[in-house]
Design a protein around this ligand. Structure first.
Ligand code: ADP
Length: 164
């Protein structure tokens, strides 16, 4: 039987922290479905098509699929027939939120399990929001995000700085 995990998140944009979780996840699972959450309450920097492109181009393998979902994660897992949710853990600050979410998801469906992978030391401080803050003010994000993402961030903020 194929071992499949769903790795959900905003991925706005993909960082090397996410890349590391996917790479290491592929050592455990046969296939990973990277599921971009569409959240109407958040205004993303990159639209879903761009976020999808970043992941697809970083992982051209058939073992990594990129999809989007709206609504409850457990409903999406059931729809896809997948019973494992993969999440990454960075600092202690991630823990409480992740614990709450994993417990809530288990309450909603106890056949779906959340598996956590620890961040690599080098990615400890890496988050999409921090990357956006740094790039917005012209800071270098080389080595923190894939090269394609680095270029797109620079383009995006060059444009918005011109127009402001
Ligand atoms: P969300 O809005 O769901 O937190 P993110 O795109 O920020 O979406 O994160 C998706 C998943 O990737 C989460 O499980 C998060 O903890 C994990 N993650 C994000 N950055 C890192 C990192 N630097 N190292 C390890 N895991 C990470």
């Amino acid at each position: 039987m194929e071992r499949i995990a769903i790795y959900p998140g905003s991925f706005d944009p993909l960082t090397n922290g996410h890349v590391s979780i996917i790479e290491r996840g592929l050592e455990i699972f046969d296939k990973i479905i990277v599921a971009i959450a569409i959240n109407v309450r958040k205004t993303p920097l990159f639209d879903v098509e761009e976020r999808t492109e970043f992941i697809r181009r970083s992982f051209p393998s058939e073992r990594v699929q990129v999809e989007t979902f709206e609504g409850l994660l457990v409903d999406y897992c059931r729809e896809r027939g997948v019973s494992v949710i993969l999440r990454g853990l960075r600092a202690v600050s991630d823990f409480e939120y992740e614990l709450q979410m994993a417990n809530m998801n288990r309450k909603l469906d106890n056949t779906i399990h959340t598996v956590f992978m620890m961040t690599e030391e080098s990615d400890f401080y890496v988050s999409s929001s921090l990357v956006k803050e740094v790039a917005r003010f012209g800071g270098r994000v080389e080595g923190v995000v894939p090269a394609l993402v680095e270029r797109r961030l620079a383009e995006r903020f060059a444009k918005s700085n011109e127009s402001s």
